[in-house]
Design a protein around this ligand. Structure first.
Ligand code: SF4
Length: 265
């Protein structure tokens, strides 16, 4: 069975978007789950594609890829999660080890990540959370906000963040910044005292991975479209790799859009 990591390793990890997915990780997860078509990435070696197809079912799809999650769970089981959960902003309670992810309480065990109702999270979210747990960042954040372009080796990734997070937020919430603000507050967003944009909000995506949104609404009379800029704490890479950071931002944007849609109904 081909795992997400196997597939990811065979992409160039440039998040170019040619496959129709915002990141190589999202593409790999989709292919591994059987819903995505490996041929949509033109950069994966043909030999690997052939091997992948040969190991797939005859209809070209995979059984749900539980191998990676099993592997990650095994690793979590070996890292003494109890001793690091507080460094990661989680806590140990009667429910077990918990932390908040995009406004939702998540219960973590070496074998499972679920919400308090017992519902299992989307595999992509589980991968993000497991990455966060493995990374095992320590220490305090700086409180200094920087753009993705400030991080090393980020040039090819800046456009991905713009296309799938910043432009998505700008397009969805143009002329309705209050709707964006409401959705942010429902995810536990905090509005800072000082703001030089039309709206500034900090979303606690993960306890040690907050993401700041700056939003400027459109000014049609002056020909300015709506614009959103996403910022990270200067120490963000001490808590997640850059791919996972971009994915965290995308999930944040998707959740905000969904939140605002739910209240529109
Ligand atoms: S086509 Fe998709 S999987 Fe391939 S490099 Fe671009 S984003 Fe990554």
């Amino acid at each position: 069975m081909t795992t997400i990591i196997d597939i990811l390793k065979n992409t160039p990890k440039t998040n170019c978007g040619k496959c129709g997915y915002p990141t190589c990780m999202a593409f790999a997860a989709s292919v591994a789950s059987g819903s995505g078509n490996i041929d949509r990435c033109p950069f994966i070696p043909e030999r690997y594609k052939r091997d992948h197809k040969a190991s797939s079912n005859t209809d070209g799809s995979h059984e749900p890829d539980i191998a990676l999650l099993r592997e990650l769970k095994a690793k979590v089981g070996r890292i003494d999660l109890h001793s690091r959960i507080e460094d990661l902003g989680g806590e140990i309670s009667r429910e077990g080890m918990t932390l908040y992810y995009l406004g939702r309480k998540i219960i973590i065990s070496p074998n499972r990540i679920n919400d308090p109702t017992g519902g299992e999270l989307d595999p992509r979210d589980q991968i993000l959370l497991y990455n966060y747990l493995f990374f095992g960042g320590k220490g305090e954040l700086t409180g200094l906000w920087v753009g993705l372009e400030s991080f090393p080796n980020s040039i090819s990734k800046v456009m991905t963040l713009k296309r799938y997070t910043e432009d998505k937020l700008a397009g969805e919430f143009k002329e309705t910044p209050e709707r964006l603000k409401d959705a942010c507050l429902r995810l536990g967003g905090i509005v800072p005292k000082e703001c030089f944009a039309d709206l500034c909000v900090t979303i606690p995506v993960l306890p040690k991975v907050p993401i700041r949104i700056h939003f400027w609404d459109a000014e049609p009379a002056e020909g300015f479209p709506a614009k959103a800029k996403v910022l990270f704490d200067k120490r963000a890479l001490d808590f997640l790799d850059i791919e996972s950071l971009i994915f965290a931002a995308e999930r944040m944007a998707e959740t905000l859009v969904n939140e605002s849609s739910d209240t529109d109904e």
